[in-house]
Design a protein around this ligand. Sequence first.
Ligand SMILES: [Zn+2]
Ligand SMILES: [Zn+2]
Length: 324
Amino acid sequence: MSTCKRDLQVSVPSFHVDKAQDKGKADLSLWSKGTIQCWQQFWISSSVLFQSQWRKFLQLFGDDDYYLYVWDASAELSTELQPPLSISFLAYKWILKYKIQPGTNEPVDFQKVIQTAKVVLINQWFLTLPLLHINYYVKKMNHTMPDFSELPTLQRLFFDLTVFLVIDEIGLYYVHRLQHHPKLYAAVHKKHHEWNAPIAIVFTYSTQMEYLMTLLPVNIPAKNCLWFRKGPHIMNPHIVTLCTWYALVHLRGIKNHSGYHFPWLMWPSAHAHDFHHMTSNSCFGKSLVLDRLHGTDKAFRVYMARKKETEEQERLTQISNKLK
Ligand SMILES: [Zn+2]
Ligand SMILES: [Zn+2]
């Protein structure tokens, strides 16, 4: 009898729990369906809105793909100069604590910056602009100019950007290592390394040969170059994808050469490329994935471990001084 009672006592609450769990699952499923529907509605209505804004924007240029492809892209490329130039002169007290190589470029050598800006402008106007024109006319001749009238879908945009990122990461790592080859370094890449402690404007400061070599991995997937014209459609992106890609590449370049490590900024930190400018024999890639694979980040890892140790010791000394 007592056993039956115990069974009953056990089974009743378990029945309630099962029922409550079922109800919970049903609620969760209803909530998920509702959320998905909400997002779908939001996505459809925002797509319509973006599309109508895009059409208005196109009308500004009279639906002319030349202005869109050449001048829009070159207007964005001209941002290689102004924002990094402004960042290069940043020297507020609150920002100096994030400096990777404290004491360097304080203040920045103005004459050196002018010389650097001249080289950046020459590369832009005498290399980027003609290349944009060549690519534009090649696309027109080959009838491979993408249709700009419709915006790309978000899925397509992300897919294209992911492909660009992978090609760019692999291409830049090996091109950069090649530029450090003793037979090429002095003629091709040494100029970029004149700044042992880089500032933002240095990110496109290079010889013309290096500029062209570096443009290849950045632009091959994005520009539908001659040798890729019969390639898959992902090699021929919409102008919006192209401009988004350029914006991301520029932001990354400015961040990597800024000379500052901001803990809240996205991975990877500017530390790695700054260390590359300091030592010239480590951290050739952008994300350090290939550096880890080839062991070219060993010195950097040792340096960071020591830096962390020193910072920790300083912190403990400060605490013990306060307690005295
Ligand atoms: Zn650099
Ligand atoms: Zn280098």
